[in-house]
Design a protein around this ligand. Sequence first.
Ligand code: S3P
Length: 174
Amino acid sequence: MRIYLIGYMGTGKSSMGKKLAARMDFSFIDLDRRIENEQKKTITQLFIEKGEDDFRFLERLALHQTFEIENAIIATGGGAPIFFDNMEMMNAKGLCIYLRANTDVLISRLLPNQHLRPLIASLNQAELQDFIEGQLEKRIPFYEKAQLHVESKDLTPAILHKEVVSWLQNQNNS
Ligand code: S3P
C-alpha cells in the first residue's frame, strides 16, 4: 500500500508523513528530498538553473519511481498534483490524502522558512497572501480529487492514522 500526502506548501506533508510512517511501520519518502539527492542540487538551485518546467519533469519521474515501492508514505511537493496526469496516477496507485489549510494558516507556517521555497522566496507578506490565494484557486480542484481530505490545523499523527484506518475499513465494507 502507498499513501500520498498532497496539499499546498506548509500543510505539514513531510512532518506528518514521517510520523505516520513510523506509526504504520511504513517507509517514508519525501519526493523533493529524493529529487535533491538524485540531482545533487537543492530545489531552489533546480528552479534557478533548470527552470520550473524541467523541475516538473524531474518531479514526475520521481513520482513514477514510487509506484514500485510497497508500504510507503510519500510526501509530495505542493505542485505535484497539478502537473501532467500526476493526480490521476497517484489516485490509481495509492491512497491520496489532501491536507487542507486556509490562507492565514499557510502564511503563518510559510513565513519563517520562505527562503527555502523558490516560488515564494522573494514575496513580502501582502504579496504572499495574494500569491497563495491565486494559487489555491487553481490548485484546490486538483487537491480535491484525493480520496481522503483532512484538516491540517491541529492535526496529529494519531488523528491522521485513525483517518487512514477508518478509510480502509470503509473500503473493506463497501
Ligand atoms: C512547490 C512546493 C514545494 C517544492 C517546490 C514547488 C509548489 O514543496 O516542490 O518548491 O509548486 O507548491 P513543498 O510543498 O513540500 O513545500
